[in-house]
Design a protein around this ligand. Structure first.
Ligand SMILES: *Cc1c(COP(=O)(O)O)cnc(C)c1O
Length: 376
């Protein structure tokens, strides 16, 4: 039987992804010709919803030599897809099944004494040396060794017989908030951490700290590598201004499946929240909250049909939504763009996030598993 593709698809432009990767590399080289930092290409969460296998292989093609994912299972998936580059696992490992680190040649992040003991015990069992990245919590209070008592917590980790310290890193809580003083505080704490690590006799090969927003905000936190995620996918974290020319990688599109006339005072959708004030034409689009489209788009957001904005009305249902196309010449089969460009207009993940009070990371990650990713 021929493979079937639903009307709603996420088109993923791997050419744009590679161009974005190269644009980031060129930007770093231009801004810092001596000692240009390398890149850790972040492909966690199914490459921000774009499809981890295809994205990782394309990034490898474009020259990426270090990818990062969230957990061992994601790393195993990348290896199964044929990825050969080094893979860093960001997540906590203290309660994970660690065999995958060895079976799939993954580089762990060690972010607690307990994780260090577990990983050391596993490496001893495998009789293998293992390189790791040490994560320091400089103020986000999520994962990582506290910045202010490393002299107490680190010596035991550094003595782990099978573990080699490859890199030291931290993560910023407010890189995308220009008004927050915590960013500079974290930066200064990390500088002190690097001195402390040195004083404890450790010699990490490199240091890294910057996500997309931090990379665009402050070259002082570039260190030896930067860790862009969102930028790779062609989205600049709000409210940061784009300093690099990037192309959005994902387009979310569908087709009109039905067109319906409503008389004045008739309603559409669950809760009857939209009532026609005049003779109204509604286009039905087969994409709903099961596909990751937020309920709050109803009454706020729009889709592009025939090059124009059609407001989303009524309710976002599980499998469908309705758009007001009154006065437009719309027929079943017409293309509907939910995220992307049509004609001279464009709705991007940043705009959709803003419409519903969310963030663009969530918009792309939420694109549902029912939606086919079509690669070009
Ligand atoms: C997700 C993640 C990144 C990438 O963040 P973006 O804001 O998408 O660039 C970088 N570092 C760590 C530790 C992360 O978890």
């Amino acid at each position: 039987m021929a493979e079937r593709v639903r009307p709603t698809v996420a088109r993923v432009d791997l050419g744009a992804l590679k161009t974005n990767y190269r644009a980031i590399v060129e930007y770093l080289a231009r801004e810092r010709p001596g000692g240009t930092p390398g890149v850790i290409a972040v492909v966690k969460a199914n490459a921000y919803g774009h499809g981890a296998a295809q994205v990782a292989r394309a990034l490898e093609d474009a020259g990426a030599d270090l990818l990062a994912c969230a957990d061992i299972e994601e790393g195993a998936g990348l290896r199964a897809a044929g990825v050969r580059a080094e893979i860093l696992v960001f997540g906590a490992l203290s309660v994970s099944d660690l065999d995958g680190l060895f079976d799939c040649r993954l580089t762990p992040t060690i972010s607690s004494p307990g994780a260090a003991r577990a990983v050391q015990a596993a490496a001893a069992r495998y009789k293998q040396p293992l390189r790791y990245h040490l994560k320091i919590d400089t103020g986000m209070n999520r994962l990582g060794f506290r910045f202010d008592n490393l002299r107490r917590t680190l010596p035991e980790v550094l003595r782990s017989e099978n573990l080699d310290l490859d890199a030291v890193f931290t993560h910023f809580a407010t890189a995308d908030d220009p008004a927050s003083p915590l960013f500079d505080e974290q930066r200064r704490r990390f500088d002190r951490v690097l001195a402390d690590v040195q004083a404890l006799g450790a010699r990490p090969r490199y240091r890294h700290a910057a996500n997309s927003a931090a990379m665009l905000r402050d070259p002082r936190v570039w260190f030896d590598r930067v860790r862009p995620g969102l930028l790779l996918y062609g989205i600049v974290p709000p409210p940061v201004a784009p300093a690099i020319e990037l192309t959005p990688v994902m387009t979310l599109a569908s087709c009109v499946v039905a067109v319906k006339g409503m008389r004045p005072r008739e309603v559409t959708g669950y809760g009857a929240r939209f009532s026609a004030e005049r003779p109204t034409t509604i286009a039905i689009v087969p994409a709903g909250y099961a596909d990751g489209l937020d309920l709050r788009l109803a009454g706020r957001g729009a889709v592009l049909i025939r090059g124009r904005r059609a407001p989303i009305v009524g309710s976002v249902c599980m499998d469908m939504l309705m758009a007001d196309v009154t006065g437009m010449d719309v027929s079943p089969g017409d293309e509907v763009v939910l995220i992307g460009r049509q004609g001279s207009d464009r709705i991007d993940a940043r705009e959709m996030a803003d419409t519903i009070g969310s963030i663009p990371w969530e918009i792309v990650c939420r694109v549902g598993s029912r939606i086919e990713r079509v690669y070009a």
